[in-house]
Design a protein around this ligand. Structure first.
Ligand code: FES
Length: 72
């Protein structure tokens, strides 16, 4: 789904940015242009960004847990 119509930024693009190490919202804006024109998308873009960061962090924790789990 499109988050930012001015710059055609989708939820997928925001999630990819989080996975690729974009570390803050300003960096996301620089990389994608999201919320840099009319600003109507800002609130939803930030929500989507926070959710993407949380999902990425959980994924990394899950991967780490699998690596360190004892073999039974
Ligand atoms: S809709 Fe994102 S800046 Fe306009």
């Amino acid at each position: 789904m499109y988050v930012c119509l001015c710059h055609a930024v989708t939820e997928r693009k925001i999630r990819e940015a989080a996975r690729n190490g974009v570390s803050d919202f300003e960096e996301l804006q620089a990389a994608t242009g999201v919320a840099t024109c009319c600003g109507a998308c800002r609130e939803y873009a930030e929500e989507t960004w926070q959710e993407a960061l949380a999902a990425d962090a959980l994924s990394r924790l899950d991967s780490a847990a699998q690596i360190w789990s004892p073999v039974i």
